[in-house]
Design a protein around this ligand. Structure first.
Ligand SMILES: Nc1ncnc2c1ncn2[C@@H]1O[C@H](COP(=O)(O)OP(=O)(O)OP(=O)(O)O)[C@@H](O)[C@H]1O
Ligand SMILES: [Mg+2]
Length: 322
């Protein structure tokens, strides 16, 4: 398995890293990972395995939502010879395959009631029975369960056993959404750009400051995966060696603009200034910003503001700017 780094240096991620290390080295045999889609739950599950004493033993990965309900039992618990017509040989389930190591149960709310009941018994007794068997099998497995939804809502709807929920809740790891990780999105961008440069044999050097503003304000509902996919799309479709705002899909730009408008609406009126003074202060700010972004070159700053050079000079003298 290619070992991937978990990128991030924000407060939230530093805390998470500590927690992951502690949980990995603990005796806990059940861990629950919460996080919105694309926040890195699968990656954290792998880290929990790699950093544990079980690292040299198997890491088995099951997506509970992709196994048909009537196959759960067989897939997870296995079956004994002759347990039903057609079962000619003994078949170990995934739980036994993970003996000594870690079983990652992704999308845990997809487990049906029967499997939930058997799973809870297994957590408490550390043993289970194959289908059709007369004896229990002991196993030593750490179960890491993941969900991108508030599991408690499934409990309230009656879809998830509350006793299993509370059992899993004992050691829970919460992955923060990307929008709460400060500048981590730029560390991740650097990391993905380096990876895609290699993969696509390219030499993209970085990104525009405008892109930075969009990345900072955007809500990233698909989190790290959305950022990764967006960057890969740019590698495939664009040939520039810098990521520019024109490469960002309209869907994201529309959200960014809506968010900026909301920010303007939320801004308080300047206190203690007349309308005239406040307008002038704002004009001064705009001109300073344009000059700063264009290295003090007045012609370029004027163009960025949609003014002629003459009009810019006039405004500046009116505002007593130099
Ligand atoms: N902190 C990170 N550093 C580097 N790569 C990351 C990080 N977080 C996520 N990724 C990458 O982002 C992608 C999505 O991560 P992952 O599959 O772990 O998310 P998930 O939470 O399991 O998503 P889902 O809920 O949709 O299953 C993967 O390619 C993963 O390697
Ligand atoms: Mg996942």
């Amino acid at each position: 398995m290619n070992q991937r780094e978990f990128i991030g240096d924000s407060r939230a991620i530093q805390e998470l890293r500590k927690l992951v290390r502690r949980v990995a080295q603990s005796k806990a045999n059940a861990v629950l990972i919460y996080g919105e889609t694309g926040t890195g739950k699968a990656l954290v599950a792998q880290k929990l395995h790699e950093q544990s004493e079980r690292a040299r033993k198997p890491f088995v990965d099951v997506n509970c939502a992709s196994i048909p309900a009537d196959m759960f039992d067989q897939e997870l618990f296995g079956q004994d010879k002759g347990s039903f017509a057609g079962a000619l040989s003994r078949k170990n389930g995934l739980i036994e395959a993970a003996h000594g190591g870690t079983l990652f149960l992704d999308e845990i709310r997809g487990l049906n009631h029967l499997a939930q009941t058997k799973f809870l018994g297994l957590l408490d007794r550390k043993s289970f029975r194959r289908i059709g068997a007369v004896h229990d099998v002991e196993v030593d497995v750490r179960f890491i369960c993941a969900t991108n939804q508030i599991l408690f809502q499934e409990v309230k709807k009656g879809n998830f056993r509350d006793d299993l929920y509370y059992r899993l809740q004992v050691v829970a790891v919460n992955l923060p959404p990307l929008r709460e990780r400060g500048d981590d999105c730029f560390l991740l961008t650097e990391y993905f750009v380096a990876r895609f440069n290699k993969k696509y044999n390219r030499a993209i050097k970085g990104w525009d400051s405008e892109v930075e503003n969009v990345f900072r304000a955007y809500g990233w509902p698909g989190n790290v995966r959305e950022l990764e996919n967006l960057l890969e799309r740019i590698f495939v479709l664009e040939s520039d060696d810098v990521i520019r705002i024109s490469h960002i899909p309209p869907r994201i730009m529309r959200e960014f603009e809506a968010a900026s408008n909301a920010a303007v609406e939320a801004e308080a009126l300047p206190a203690g200034l007349t309308f005239q003074e406040a307008t002038e202060a704002y004009q001064t700010k705009l001109i300073k910003l344009a000059l700063k972004q264009h290295g003090g070159r007045k012609a370029e700053a004027a163009a960025a503001l949609g003014l002629t050079r003459h009009a810019l000079r006039h405004q500046m003298s009116k505002l007593a700017m130099r």
